[in-house]
Design a protein around this ligand. Structure first.
Ligand code: ADP
Length: 470
């Protein structure tokens, strides 16, 4: 089969979160299963763009509302990622440093989707599946079926994968003029709660809809930022496929970002050396358990609970653990986390940044990774932590519930709690500190979690079966 993935992010070209990791890995594994998988994304101005050679694949132009845009499709020349990577350049709209967060994101991503359609519409053949990811690309199934210019693509099958249902790309009806001429009888497909809702439209129009874990699929039937009824209604074509991790990028035996490579055979020694480096860098005591948090500092990740929970944990267990945070997001949370720094020198540090290298060093050197998430569609951090022998301390929700077994249960290796609350976080941390003092148990758990199969192989095959079913 020939599969075209359409996404706003793809690692290592541009990454804001887990979406990039998935779109950077899944196509590679689909290729290795004997299929042709391609990725098309916006041409963000990133280091990867400038570090690599590109060739022009196609040039075109289209109208959007009252504007006309020229666009260029470029292709990475050396097949560096193991699949063909294409980027859409629209001068003044897509060629920016950040992936999201601009006032004209609606215009940017609508234009991106139109450019993708214009490109695919003039292919001499048709792809077997167009696989779109999240709301930034979720209007494509509608465009393929109901925009007159692309109707010859209506028979091409479409799959929408939802990496996060909280963000839906809402746009007012005044912006409907951005869409290429469409069959106005079908306007209902665009709508949810009186606005154009691209994610809802994707759920209605795609042949199949997936979420990135089975647990999250069940959860969004009750909690999906207004789309609960829709997910119940369309349940028949919806399923959850758990994300894998890219073993070529996340392998403690080969990771070039970390100080000392290790495997299950020398995990204790390897982690100790990596921990030493982290502790030296941040002035921590290596003999204490080291907790880390890596991720967006937003409500979904329950980052707002961290300042209070950490403050209380230090009040009750001062001198018994260290805590390192890497992330950025809500300015209020950033401020509260930074504010505690002066009072807890030698035990606590927050890095407000996006730092791929440090994140790898933290997975390798930490003892515990805390994820108290309110919402976690899959969560990749806990999978990386497990692969690097770091005990995940997680709230039982979405993909976390599907991937982490509490060490008190059969074959368990993690620490789980039920509520995204300060009390539950503290309880998880107490259990972690206690576990740290039981060296034999900790070694046993590390061995066990590092052997858990989390590669993309199985999940990539599940996507292939899904495509075959349509
Ligand atoms: P999200 O909801 O943000 O997509 P995931 O757990 O699915 O959460 O994926 C998060 C990915 O982003 C992981 O690869 C994680 O290591 C990475 N990440 C998040 N924040 C940072 C940061 N500040 N620096 C480096 N990597 C980060």
């Amino acid at each position: 089969m020939e599969i075209l993935h359409v996404s706003a992010e793809c690692y290592p070209m541009a990454k804001a979160g887990g979406l990039a990791d998935v779109v950077g890995a899944l196509p590679k594994y689909q290729q290795s299963l004997g299929h042709i998988a391609k990725v098309i994304m916006p041409m963000h101005r990133t280091k990867f763009l400038y570090d690599n050679e590109w060739v022009i694949e196609h040039k075109g132009s289209f109208g959007m509302g009252e504007s006309r845009f020229d666009f260029t499709i470029i292709k990475e020349q050396s097949n560096k990622l193991g699949f063909d990577l294409f980027c859409v350049d629209i001068y003044g709209l897509l060629d920016r440093e950040k992936i999201y967060g601009y006032n004209d994101d609606t215009e940017r991503f609508t234009a991106f989707q139109i450019a993708v359609m214009e490109w695919v519409a003039q292919w001499e053949h048709r792809p077997d599946v167009v696989h779109v990811h999240d709301h930034h690309t979720a209007l494509i199934p509608f465009m393929m079926q109901h925009c007159f210019a692309y109707r010859h693509l209506a028979a091409v099958k479409t799959v929408l994968t939802i990496h996060n249902a909280q963000y839906q790309g809402w746009m007012g009806w005044d912006k409907s003029i951005y869409l290429p001429a469409w069959d106005t009888w079908k306007g209902g497909l665009l709508e949810w709660n009186d606005t154009i809702n691209p994610l809802a439209c994707g759920v209605k129009c795609a042949d199949k809809v997936t979420t990135v874990s089975p647990g999250y699929m069940e959860e969004i039937k009750n909690n999906a930022n207004g789309l609960e009824f829709l997910f119940n209604l369309e349940g028949g074509k919806c399923s959850g496929i758990i994300n894998g991790i890219d073993y070529a990028v996340w392998d403690p035996q080969k990771d070039t970002y970390i100080l000392d490579n290790f495997s299950t055979k020398d995990v204790e020694e390897g982690k100790q050396l990596n921990k030493k480096k982290l502790c030296n860098d941040f002035g921590f005591d290596i003999s204490l358990p080291l907790f880390v948090f890596i991720g967006r500092l937003v409500g979904e990740k329950a980052a707002d609970l961290l300042p209070v929970a950490i403050k209380l944990a230090f009040e009750q267990m001062y001198g018994q653990f260290s805590f390192l945070i890497l992330g950025s997001g809500d300015p209020g949370v950033e401020f509260s986390l930074l504010e505690m720094q002066n009072k807890l020198v030698g035990y606590y540090n927050t890095q407000i940044s996006y730092n791929e290298k440090l994140s790898h060093q933290m997975y390798a050197g930490a003892d515990f990774l805390l994820m108290p998430s309110r919402v976690e569609p899959c969560g990749l951090n806990q999978l990386y932590a497990m692969r690097y022998g770091t005990v995940p301390v997680v709230r039982r929700t979405g993909g976390l519930q599907d991937t982490v077994i509490d060490f008190g249960d059969e074959n368990g290796y993690g620490i789980c709690f039920n509520q995204a609350s300060v009390g539950d976080i503290l309880h998880g941390m107490y259990r972690a500190v206690e576990l740290f003092n039981d060296e034999n148990k900790l070694t046993e758990l590390r061995q066990r979690m590092m052997k858990v199969e989390t590669s993309w192989e199985k999940s990539a095959l599940q996507y292939i079966h899904l495509y075959l079913s349509i």
